[in-house]
Design a protein. Structure first.
Length: 255
């Protein structure tokens, strides 16, 4: 499928098949239309392959801004749910954006839409997922891997929402540089392996159960930088930032 765009009303996209679902050839857009008062909500997006795989490219499900001088709230971002019961979900390397629309005056920004992946996910390119500055969780319910070790970068922005990794990250193919720009709570329930790991802001609890940013052959180790206004707990596993196997001078570990 080369792209889906719904009209100004919050109409959802719901694709269900026992076979493979591929919507990587274009952009899915379900954003709210131009508002005359309060911002309009985006439509939800549900992709459910009950017996095969899902391949997803760019997706925009943003709430629209409130009308000027309305003093109203912005529209909510659309909820995105992706399931691949017979295999994995491949993210082709694009942007998934479910940011809520801006409020006018005293009006609040709309909530961002939750983004959830029920099964295993593989990154095939650099991926950005944002639910904006307001609420909106990002959930990886299965394993998360790259296509090549230390290659595919991942940028996550959850605002006041949570980021959770329910299974191992980088267990078979490590991720590239992983950046979490904002979240309330960050929870990684199993090991986390990437070229580097940065969390720029948090307000709740950040928990990792093992972090490995070891360098590949002839590559220095990667940095681990976790910053939060809340508690940081990395006691559930070992942090490893060692340099990779050297072909000449020894390689530095990451900071």
């Amino acid at each position: 499928m080369t792209g889906v765009q719904t009209c100004a009303l919050p109409i959802s996209v719901n694709l269900k098949s026992a076979g493979a679902i591929d919507v990587s050839g274009g952009t899915i857009v379900t954003s709210g239309g131009t508002a005359t008062g309060a911002g309009l909500d985006a439509g939800a997006v549900t992709l459910n392959s009950t017996g095969s795989t899902v391949t997803l490219g760019a997706l925009t499900a943003t709430g629209s801004a409130a009308a000027t001088s309305s003093a109203a709230a912005g529209g909510a971002g659309g909820v995105v749910t992706v399931s691949s019961g017979g295999g994995s979900t491949t993210l082709s390397g694009a942007t998934i954006n479910t940011t809520g629309g801006a409020g006018d005056g005293a009006g609040a920004q709309g909530a961002g839409g939750n983004v959830s992946f029920t099964n295993a996910v593989v990154l095939a390119g650099a991926e950005t997922i944002t639910t904006g500055a307001s609420a909106g969780n990002i959930v990886f319910g299965g394993t998360l891997n790259g296509t090549g070790n230390h290659t595919e970068n991942l940028v996550l922005t959850a605002g006041t929402g949570n980021v959770s990794f329910s299974a191992a990250v980088g267990g078979s193919k490590t991720l590239g540089d992983v950046t979490i720009n904002s979240a309330q709570n960050v929870q990684a329930s199993a090991g986390f392996a990437a070229k580097s790991l940065t969390q720029s802001a948090g307000t709740g609890t950040t928990t990792f159960n093992g972090i490995d940013t070891s360098g590949l052959s002839a590559v220095a180790g990667g940095a681990v930088n976790l910053k939060s206004a809340g508690a940081i707990d990395v006691s559930g596993g070992t942090i490893v930032t060692s340099g990779g196997t050297a072909t000449g001078a020894g390689l530095d570990a990451g900071a």
